[in-house]
Design a protein around this ligand. Sequence first.
Ligand code: NAD
Length: 353
Amino acid sequence: MTSPRFGVAALRSLATAMLEAAGVTTPAAELVARSLVAADQAGIYSHGLLRLPLYLSTIAAGGIDPTSSPEVVRRHGAVTVLDGAAAFGQVTMQRAVDLAAESARTHGIATVAVQGSSHFGAGQFWVNQLTEQGIAGILTSTTGPIAAPFGGSRPILGTNPLTIGLPSAGPNPLVADLATTAGAYGKVVAARNEGTDIPAGWGVDANAAPTTDPAAVLEGGALLPFGGHKGSGIAVLLEGLSAALTSAAFAFRTVDIWQDQSSRMNTGHLLIALDLAAFGDPGAIRTRVAQLQDEVRTSNPDGSVLSPGDLEHARLTANADTVELAASTVAELRLLATQHSLPFPAPLPEGTP
Ligand SMILES: NC(=O)c1ccc[n+]([C@@H]2O[C@H](COP(=O)([O-])OP(=O)(O)OC[C@H]3O[C@@H](n4cnc5c(N)ncnc54)[C@H](O)[C@@H]3O)[C@@H](O)[C@H]2O)c1
């Protein structure tokens, strides 16, 4: 299928209008729209506008409360516990980032533990906000039950993302942002929508047999952790950090919104912020981070090696004004626009950068 290109501003406006039509307040709608389009701009199509139809049906079914706002339920020194009150994960995460940055500037290090939340999209959208302020960030989250631990056949874990970002004196921060499954769930959904296979090693079917059929993974199968037993260990620990520490629900106690859109999943997130200024001269730390990035990039003389985060940064720069969307996502959004009597933006002529 071809992938048409659209203006970024037009996509943000369309997504904002659709969310407003579903009862989301304008500031929240703008934030969710910006986060989804930013994921597409970074080439993280699994967490871009592909998610909007699901978000809208989740509001309609009661899984997300479009009018509620997160509330601080506990403070202890540099630790804040935030209850998302079933609001959009993006709304709750924005509050968590703001609280973490403020508290890290006071204490040097701060933790915001989030309960009662929902899906927050791509982790780097949040951690990048910290690195822009000279603060390093570590973020993780629960999701619905879709991953089997190493050797297991039942999906009891989430895809438990881990995002770690360090400010740098170089052109972009050092950011690793990944699902702890071999492939992100959204990439499996995208493959099913586009009618393509997933890579071998990503998942098993309902009989725990290896498969490259995305539908077999999504319908009763399971995703597998990255890195065998080591990745599995990290995924289990992230489940503990983002559910046990926050009093959110373990993935295995939830029904995923892809299965039941009325499911209030009580998603948990853990955000740790480290203010560089508390550790020494922030400029010198940034320079050391840039040295590390350059050493990674030049580790092969042919210049082919990327430092974590380089790929997404390059795409964000290239897609600053216009962005490509998968044809299946365009078809779904076009249908929704028609249902809401909203004009759908015209695709840009082929060859538009
Ligand atoms: N909200 C949620 O519940 C949730 C759950 C799971 C994943 N996610 C998000 O899904 C997104 C995609 O995750 P993924 O696991 O598919 O990521 P990915 O495999 O595309 O990338 C993972 C990391 O590897 C780096 N990378 C990619 N190609 C590289 C290369 N050739 N050389 C060096 N580094 C390279 C990237 O910069 C990135 O930091 C992330 O944004 C994550 O936050 C969110």
